[in-house]
Design a protein around this ligand. Sequence first.
Ligand code: SF4
Ligand code: SF4
Length: 346
Amino acid sequence: MSRVYYRKTDESFTEEELSAAARQLLEAVVEREAVALEKRIALKVHFGEEGNATYVKPACFNGIIDLLVERGTEAAFMDTSVLYAGPRRRRESHTRLALAHGFTRLPVVIADGEAGEHFDEVPINGRHFKSCKIGAEYRKYAQMIVIAHFKGHRLAGFGGAVKQLSMGCAAKGGKLAMHMGIKPYIISFLCKRCGLCAANCPPQAISAGGSVAVDGEKCIGCGACFALCPNRAVSIYTPKSVCFALLRRGDFYERLAEYAYAAQRGRRNVYINFAVNITANCDCVSKKMTPVMRDIGIFAGADAVAVDSACCAAAQAAGHGFKGTEQLRYAEKLGLGSTSYELVGV
Ligand code: SF4
Ligand code: SF4
């Protein structure tokens, strides 16, 4: 059984107080779980979509960063680029958004390159994947402190440590594989034949002659063409892909768990979930949202599954259950962690 360390918080807590609580929880995990802090640590965060107001603000991480500085570690704020339109789709605009949102105390690293082309194929033996596309910059960090905002999520049911590990560390092509399991295609009437997609396709799967088309046999599903096309002529949305995303949710949970397993493989990580400002939807939503329940607190541990399980149980006990806990049971089967835990107040 894993231990999950917990500090109750409420809406009266300032960012400074949340930061101090997060530091104490990290200290508790490091000392009581005998987690040795590595020399280089990736602080896996979410920089918050433009217009979103409820992502965890960088001031809440000051205590964690202070501790890392005192211990002589070299850390960076890290994330990967997303599939949909907006500033977080490309490295340059994603980095600008992170800085504008105040993530300035550490270097900002977008782990999968400018458009998702920079990834490692991490081998696993899953039901859905034999390897997972993980942002290649993560390979430079022997350890992650995975900081998640616990809240609802339209597809995953809820978002916590497991989702932060999986979607958050997956390169664009990995996100594509988890969501849709399909290859992109060109909408010919939108295509201006500029050749940008073909020039940036790693396996040269796009013909750039008279008619632009994707060779599905060669395509490795990295998503770079989808991110780079200036005319939105590359699409991943087909009736098949949308049905897949909506109807085969059980598969989606399992795919999430397999990617989380790949992202943490070989690392002794720390997971810190902020169950504050708990909204029905995730921090990728570019608008203000109202929390659906009262703040619960901050949860931390060395086991992503246990930390998420504790958050879900606490939300349920407070009268707001979230869907999607199947991802935790499957993650447990994979060996990612344990759904059984002991809650330890700090
Ligand atoms: S980048 Fe877009 S517009 Fe340019 S060739 Fe490719 S699909 Fe066509
Ligand atoms: S065609 Fe496939 S491999 Fe080429 S850029 Fe697009 S997603 Fe990547």
